[in-house]
Design a protein around this ligand. Structure first.
Ligand code: ZN
Length: 352
């Protein structure tokens, strides 16, 4: 089994399909449903350098996913309904739930029409500063800086470093290196400072990014009125909550909720942890989400939903619809649970 697992991990997600491994794993790992995680939904772009491509899928791939679920007679349900089924332990039918993080305008323009074709509900998690037009989407700022530059100067680990960003491959390597370095810095302010300096040197207007890509309050208000839509919260500043003091983390959760409720005029009871991985959301954050009154909170930890997740409603795993794997042949892999089981080292519940 260990050898098999290592082979699968090495070969990656695509191989799960081609080896047929997902059929072997399915009876054990299928779970009762899945919460899918998406970010952008928009037409494919041509540029060769697209380091954030994993965060976007095309409307066509979304449509293929929905058709696949319908074909398999899997219910497509809202987050409210996910919670209800978990609490009531109602698992006679398998379910899928669609969640989109950050509040991008393309969710309205490209995801919405496709979801509507299938009468499929979905949740959009809004970072309130993004809707305000003052948020910082530093991973996109970094992409824009590197796309426009032939080299960049950064102080990685305190050492002045010049990175070649000429050819697409060099751009990608530089992006990966700087991205990993920034994610490892102790606080949000450090990322802000470094990205701010890069943007200033390369003439990129960082706050314009947010206004260009994210729905404003004026846009969110009518969007939220559609019966298919649930608006959830995603903090104020899109910060790594685990790096904040407890007080600051609690404020990020409570204030974003209040701001969104004030605009959409309905209760906001679902939450998504920014970044959402082990280093951004752990047991303290899971407890804080509960204290803040959220009925559910989703992570980016990969996993299908099992009955036992009902006891960890603020630590729900998701299955990423990753833009690097937009191939219809991958769909049975995603819905089988095999891919996430491999990532989780074959543990079913991961809520510690
Ligand atoms: Zn996010």
């Amino acid at each position: 089994m260990k050898q098999f697992r290592n082979n699968v991990i090495r070969a990656g997600l695509g191989a799960l399909y081609f080896t047929g491994a997902h059929y072997l794993l399915r009876p054990i790992f299928a779970g009762v449903g899945a919460i899918f995680m998406l970010h952008h939904v928009r037409p494919r772009r041509d540029a060769e350098f697209q380091p954030n491509r994993h965060l976007e899928i095309t409307p066509e791939f979304l449509r293929a996913m929905l058709a696949h679920l319908r074909e398999r007679d899997i219910d497509i349900i809202s987050m409210d309904e996910v919670r209800q089924r978990l609490i009531e332990r109602r698992f006679t039918r398998r379910f899928a739930c669609f969640t989109l993080d950050d509040g991008y305008r393309d969710n309205r323009d490209f995801a919405m029409p496709v979801m509507r074709e299938f009468g499929a509900p979905f949740t959009v998690y809004v970072a309130s500063d993004f809707a305000e037009g003052s948020g910082r989407l530093w991973w996109i700022a970094l992409e824009m800086v590197i796309a426009s530059a032939s080299f960049i100067d950064v102080a990685i680990g305190g050492t002045a470093t010049r990175l070649d960003t000429g050819a697409p491959a060099a751009k990608q390597a530089a992006f990966d290196r700087v991205h990993d370095w920034l994610r490892g810095l102790p606080g949000e302010r450090d990322i802000e400072r470094e990205i701010g300096a890069l943007c200033a040197r390369h003439g990129i207007d960082e706050t314009a990014i947010c206004r260009e890509l994210c729905m404003s309050w004026d846009e969110l208000k009518p969007f939220a009125e559609d019966p298919l839509i649930t608006i959830g919260a995603h903090t104020i500043t899109h910060c790594n909550l685990a790096q904040q003091t407890e007080e600051a983390a609690a404020r990020e959760m409570a204030t974003s909720r209040a701001r969104i409720e004030n605009v959409v005029q309905r209760p906001v009871v679902h939450f998504a942890y920014p970044y959402g991985d082990r280093i951004a959301a752990g047991s303290r954050e899971f407890a804080l989400a509960q204290t803040a009154g959220y009925r559910t909170a989703v992570t980016t930890r990969p996993g299908m939903i099992f009955p036992a997740n009902g006891e960890h409603l603020t630590a729900l795993p998701r299955v990423s619809l990753n833009g690097n794997y937009q191939d219809a042949r991958i769909l049975p892999v995603l819905t089988s649970g095999a891919a996430t089981a491999v990532w989780n080292g074959f543990r079913r519940i991961d809520a510690a």
